[in-house]
Design a protein around this ligand. Structure first.
Ligand code: NOJ
Ligand code: CA
Length: 705
């Protein structure tokens, strides 16, 4: 505490004498606990910053600045026009999430800069230093010489002190659906990967040395560093170009259709650039820095926002058992023009009722149905605008009948709006589509953006689409609808501001096991450190039939054990969680399905018990408003013994139900072998878990009567 006070005093002094300080070549600093941020103007007047952790460099002196089309921008010499420091320490409650209370404690340094010559445009850089990292953004104050302007390049750099190990995916403008590559930064080369990977999404990664954020890094001396952004609104996504010889990363903004980056109107600002750091990997997963940098909820009445689990008419299409489309090659068209489908259309009323029955029987609140609406005959790959109207069902999908059937059984239907990338088309129908959901009682919608974007030439990760996703979230909120967005830009914590935006996909989900070689066993140990840093992921876990599920492709296999599929409900946080497999596959293992029935999707507390990216993750979470805890432990392709210290448990005895890999389980040769055991534990207990190669364990801890 006294240390903190000293540094506040130090900053107050600095703030008072900024001019002298900067002119004499010294710098402005802000710090909190082990993290220290230094701002300086170089001899030539270029703004720079540095970050250190426990006196070790995290980011070496790195450039700040932006280029504008209406030059001169903020690339050239700037002078210091003032600075302020303030300290903030507040606690807030998310509408839903991993913990009940979130503390936001930081020291903020605002640096006012000005062009030395006419027109003397002004730029502020605002730094927030937290105990686990730094966020900073550019702010453009209202001023006569900068009103409407165009950002053509952002000059922000992250100069790393070493050739760190990196967990990266290509700097694609349109998709995050890649497997992660683990390599030194000096080895980043995405060209081959972009060419070879299976994708249903469009791929466009023109710079072979560019990677996406969140970028997870580990230094040779054990520092964990994560670079991302927070609150990406009205601005394109930031990717990072890796200068391989120097490990210097440069911001690269996703361009729009005419090759420019962002159109702004002062007063305005960029998203926050974030650098998280710790000597413990678990701290990166526990960090609330990104959420803290986002704006509070814009929705005041949030009582209707309810995290939920769901099943769906979905995996059966993914594995080729049924189709989204109603018409297909085996259909016949009668002389009278009547279409007789050959019976593979998944979203037919009888089949949907089967899922509703299953959900009702097992207390799963929701049922998603894809392929219910006309358009799927030409949905994909055609860059066509008017494919869907989002309200017209196929003739074998009876909306009111299904709605009444579900309502009578206490089940909620989840809407599906695939846009096939035609965001313009979706915007035309938005109001109509959401009224339709209201009329038929759909509380949530899964949207999707497979294919090239319309407006043609725009990218999934550009400024236009960033605004589109927010418009959809706002429209959904107006209609009290919750959102699960597939194929958007990767999240940056906007779920705080729009708590109805429950989840996004924006990454390579479990579905890749249905139509490709799938995901390597390490994949789910990397996701929490990369994709999930910005927000929840609809990964669609819970596949029980792990081999021989795809009729046309017997070689396909999910690269995990069944117990690991259960553990993912805890290790991959999402307030919307699908039980993705077919009801008939769950019926074969109802004892294991019990975990999916029990596991909550909203939490009061979270403890990262152990974690190492690419290797293992073990997380314990406390159920919202209840005393039960749930643990998920996963490993990569290596067998692992984990000894869990349960000292986080409050006083008392708990019945632990342990869903573990059987002794002979192995993701490759024996993935469906599990063992369920029960024992009584308490805070002083240690639990020894044996995880199979590609395996995991899931545990529920219920207070003993
Ligand atoms: C891709 C999504 O990730 C998947 O979940 C969905 O089924 C298809 N698009 C069709 O919308
Ligand atoms: Ca997808």
């Amino acid at each position: 505490m006294s240390l903190l006070r000293t540094s506040i005093l130090h900053l107050a002094l600095l703030a008072g004498s900024y001019h002298a300080v900067a002119q004499s070549g010294r710098s402005l600093t802000a710090s909190l606990e082990n993290v220290r941020l230094t701002f300086a103007l170089s001899a030539g007047g270029l703004p720079t910053y540095e970050v250190s952790y426990r006196q070790k460099p995290v980011i070496k002196s790195s450039r700040l600045g932006l280029k504008l089309a209406e030059g001169p921008g903020f690339e050239g010499p700037l002078v210091l026009a003032g600075s302020e420091v303030k300290n903030v320490d507040e606690t807030w409650q998310p509408v839903l999430g991993e913990v009940k209370n979130i503390r936001s404690r930081y020291q903020q340094l605002t640096v006012h800069l000005r062009q030395p010559a006419a027109p003397g445009r002004r730029l502020d850089v605002v730094f927030r230093v937290f105990a686990d990292g730094v966020g900073f953004r550019y702010e453009f104050p209202q001023q006569p010489s900068l009103k409407y302007f165009t950002v053509t390049d952002e000059l922000t750099e992250f100069a790393l002190p070493g050739d760190h190990k990196a967990f990266w995916i290509p700097g694609d403008y349109d998709t995050n659906e890649y497997p992660y590559t683990v390599s030194r930064l000096s080895e980043v080369d995405n060209a081959q990967l972009v060419k070879s990977s299976t994708a249903i999404a469009v791929r466009d990664a023109p710079d072979a040395q560019a990677v996406q954020t969140p970028l997870m890094l580990k230094s040779t001396d054990g520092l964990y560093v994560n670079i991302h952004e927070a609150a990406q609104v009205n601005y394109p996504a930031m990717q990072l170009h890796v200068d391989r010889p120097t490990a210097r990363l440069k911001a690269q903004l996703v361009p729009d259709a005419v090759g420019t980056k962002a159109y702004l109107h002062a007063p305005d600002h960029t998203p926050w650039r974030t650098v998280m750091v710790s000597n413990k990997a678990a701290d990166i997963l526990a960090s609330k820095l990104i959420l803290n940098l986002n704006e509070p909820s814009k929705i005041t009445d949030t009582g209707w926002i309810k995290p939920m689990k769901f099943v769906g008419v979905w995996w059966e299409m993914q594995i080729g058992k049924s189709t989204w489309s109603y018409a297909n090659s085996a259909d016949t068209l009668t002389a009278a023009g009547q279409l007789i489908p050959h019976g593979k259309h998944g979203a037919n009323t009888a089949n949907v009722k089967r899922y509703i029955d299953f959900a009702a029987r097992h207390g799963i609140p929701g049922v998603l149905v894809e392929g219910w609406n006309v358009g799927w005959e030409d949905w994909f790959g055609n860059w066509k605008e008017g494919v869907f109207d989002f309200v017209t069902p196929y003739p074998d999908f009876n909306v009111p009948e299904i709605q009444q059937y579900a309502a009578a059984k206490g089940v909620k239907m989840i809407m599906h709006n695939e846009t096939s990338g035609a965001a313009t088309n979706y915007e035309q129908y938005l109001d109509t589509a959401y009224r339709f959901m209201n009329r038929y009682g759909y509380p949530a919608v899964k949207t999707g953006y497979v294919g090239r974007i319309i407006p043609r030439g725009e990218h999934h990760d550009g400024q236009w689409m960033a605004n589109h996703y927010v418009r959809v979230a706002e429209m959904a909120a107006r209609h009290r609808v919750m959102l699960d967005v597939h194929e958007p830009v990767r999240p940056t914590g906007l779920g705080r501001t729009y708590p109805n935006w429950l989840a996004s996909e924006a990454g390579r989900g479990n579905e890749y096991s249905a139509f490709s070689d799938g995901n390597v066993p390490a994949h789910e140990t990397i996701l929490p450190f990369t994709r999930l840093i910005g927000g929840p992921m609809d990964y669609t876990p819970g596949i029980f039939k792990l081999r021989n599920y795809a009729p046309g492709s017997p070689e396909r296999q999910v690269h995990t054990t069944l117990a690991k599929q259960l553990a993912l409900y805890v290790t991959l946080y999402s307030p919307l969680q699908m039980a993705a497999d077919l009801p008939e596959n769950y019926e074969q293992h109802l004892d294991a399905f019990q975990f999916i029935k029990d596991v909550p999707v909203d939490w009061d507390d979270t403890r990262i018990l152990e974690a190492e990216p690419g290797e293992y993750v073990t997380i314990a979470r406390q159920q919202k408003g209840a005393a039960s805890w749930f643990i998920g432990a996963i490993t990569n392709e290596n067998r692992r013994t984990a000894t869990l210290d349960l000292s986080f448990l409050p006083k008392g005895r708990y019945t632990a139900t342990i869903y573990a890999d059987a002794a002979d389980a192995d993701w490759k040769t024996n993935p469906e072998a599990y063992r369920i055991t029960r024992q009584t534990v308490q805070a002083s207990s240690k639990l020894r878990l044996n995880l199979a190669p590609g395996g995991g364990a899931a545990i529920s801890l219920v207070p003993a009567k």
